[in-house]
Design a protein around this ligand. Structure first.
Ligand SMILES: *Cc1c(COP(=O)(O)O)cnc(C)c1O
Length: 404
C-alpha cells in the first residue's frame, strides 16, 4: 500500500472530503500553475539542496529539542520542547515562507503577495523576500495595522509594502480577499504565499511539506536523547501548520498519541473562542477550500476570538479536518486563562518566554503530564513570546499581582 504522504492529498487536493480548490476560473488557472511548478520544481535536486542550505545557514536549523527539568518535576511527567522559537525570526512560519519564496524564485517570479492578520506571516514572508531580493506586498486590515504596530514596522524595515485594507470588518478575512485580488491583477510576476495549511490546493499540501522538517528533526532528536519514541506529541492549532509539521513524523506510529490544541478563548459561546474542530461544523467552505468551520445559524463564518491572535481563524486545515473524523489526532481545547498561566510557568520555571499561541500547547501538556505520570510529552514550541510581553503584562499583570 502507498504511504500516507503519497495518498493525501489526492490529485484534486482532497484530504478525504476536505480541501480541494473552489475558485473563480481565472484565479484557478493561475493557482494550477503553482501546483504544476510545485510538483516538478520542489522535487528537483537543486531546489532541495538550496533549501537545505538555507535552513542550516540562514534559519539556524536544526532547532534543538529541550527537556524541561523543572516543569517535569512539578507535574510528574516528562516534558520536551521542539524549540521552533529559536528558528530565525522567532517562529515556525519561516519554514514554509522560505520554501514558498524559493519556489517563487525558481518560477521566475519577482514579487510575493500575502495577507496577514496579526502580522506574523507578514514578517516571516518579508524576511524571505529580503533574503531572495524579491518585492513583497502584504495586505493587512486597518484594524490589525493599528493593533499590531511592531509587526507593521518590522515588515517595513525588511522592505515590504504594507497595504491597508479598509473595507468590511478591516481584518483578516478582508485582507485575504484583497491579497487574492492583487495576485489576480499581476499573476505573471507575482505569486501568492499563504500563511498556514489552509486555502485552496496546493497550499495545504505545500505548507505541510515545508513544515515536515520540524517532525523529521524532532523524531530523530528525541530518539537520540531517549532511545524511544515520545508517548505524546502536542501542538497548538490555528490554521494547523506547526501541528501538521510535527505530527507528520508520527502519523504511522501507533504508540504516539497526537494532540492538537485549539484556543478556547473566554468561553465556549460562539464568538468567544476559535475551537474550530471541537465546536464547529464539518461542512464549511471558506477561502476556496472545505474544512471544519465555525459558522452562525445562517452558515456565515462566525467572528472568532483568542488571546493569541495567531490562532483566531474560523476555519482549519483540511488535513486536520480529516484527522479529526478519522480519530487520528485528538483535538482538545486550552482557554485564555490556561494559556496565560502556561506563559508564566514556562517563563519562570525554564527561562523560556513562549508565544501566546505556543502557550496553548504548553498549557495542555502541563495538564496531560499530571494525568499521564511518567509518560513523555513532546511539545512543538512554535514561537517565542517577545511579541506578546507588553500585552500580557498590561492586560493580566505579573503572576504576583495577577488581574485575573
Ligand atoms: C501563526 C502562529 C501559529 C498558528 O499557526 P498554525 O498554522 O496553526 O501553526 C502558532 N504559533 C505561532 C508562534 C504563530 O506565529
Amino acid at each position: 500500500m502507498k504511504s500516507y504522504f503519497k495518498q493525501f492529498p489526492n490529485h484534486e487536493g482532497f484530504f478525504g472530503k476536505y480541501g480541494g480548490s473552489f475558485l473563480p476560473p481565472d484565479l484557478q488557472l493561475e493557482v494550477d500553475k503553482i501546483t504544476d511548478a510545485y510538483y516538478t520544481i520542489s522535487k528537483s535536486h537543486n531546489f532541495i539542496s538550496e533549501l537545505r542550505s538555507i535552513r542550516k545557514h540562514f534559519q539556524g536549523r536544526p532547532t534543538p529539542v529541550y527537556y524541561c527539568n523543572r516543569l517535569s518535576e512539578m507535574t510528574g511527567g516528562r516534558i520536551y520542547l521542539k524549540r521552533e522559537d529559536l528558528n530565525h525570526s522567532g517562529a515556525h512560519k519561516l519554514n514554509h515562507c522560505m520554501g514558498e519564496a524559493l519556489l517563487a524564485k525558481y518560477m521566475g517570479k519577482t514579487k510575493l503577495i500575502a495577507e496577514t492578520g496579526a502580522g506574523q506571516h507578514g514578517v516571516a514572508l518579508a524576511t524571505a523576500a529580503a533574503y531572495f531580493g524579491l518585492e513583497c506586498e502584504i495586505h493587512m486590515g486597518e484594524v490589525d495595522i493599528a493593533k499590531e504596530h511592531p509587526n507593521v514596522v518590522r515588515m517595513e524595515i525588511l522592505g515590504a509594502k504594507v497595504i491597508p485594507v479598509t473595507h468590511g470588518l478591516k481584518t483578516l478575512k478582508e485582507a485575504v480577499d484583497s491579497a487574492f485580488d492583487a495576485y489576480l491583477g499581476d499573476p505573471v510576476t507575482a505569486i501568492y504565499c499563504i500563511g498556514s495549511v489552509v486555502g485552496p490546493h496546493p497550499f495545504p499540501m505545500m505548507v505541510r511539506d515545508f513544515q515536515r522538517v520540524v517532525g523529521i528533526e524532532a523524531k530523530e532528536q528525541f530518539m537520540d536523547m531517549t532511545g524511544e519514541l515520545p508517548d505524546n506529541v502536542v501542538a497548538c492549532v490555528g490554521g494547523g501548520s506547526n501541528a501538521a509539521g510535527i505530527f507528520s513524523a508520527f502519523l504511522d506510529e501507533d504508540d504516539c498519541d497526537l494532540y492538537g490544541v485549539e484556543p478556547g478563548g473566554l468561553s465556549m459561546k460562539l464568538g468567544e473562542h476559535a475551537a474550530t474542530m471541537s465546536q464547529g461544523s464539518s461542512d464549511g467552505l471558506i477561502h476556496g477550500f472545505k474544512c471544519y468551520n465555525l459558522q452562525n445559524e445562517e452558515g456565515v463564518p462566525s467572528p472568532v476570538y483568542s488571546v493569541a491572535s495567531g490562532l483566531d481563524y474560523p476555519g482549519v486545515g483540511p488535513e486536520h479536518s480529516m484527522f479529526k473524523d478519522a480519530g487520528k489526532v485528538n483535538y482538545v481545547v486550552a482557554d485564555d486563562a490556561e494559556a496565560i498561566n502556561a506563559f508564566y510557568e514556562l517563563s519562570r520555571k525554564e527561562g523560556i518566554i513562549p508565544a501566546l499561541e505556543s502557550a496553548h500547547a504548553v498549557a495542555f501538556a502541563l495538564k496531560l503530564a499530571k494525568e499521564k505520570t511518567r509518560q513523555s510529552i513532546l511539545v512543538n514550541l512554535s514561537g517565542r513570546g517577545d511579541k506578546d510581553i507588553d500585552f500580557v503584562v498590561d492586560k493580566y499583570g505579573l503572576p504576583e499581582n495577577r488581574k485575573m
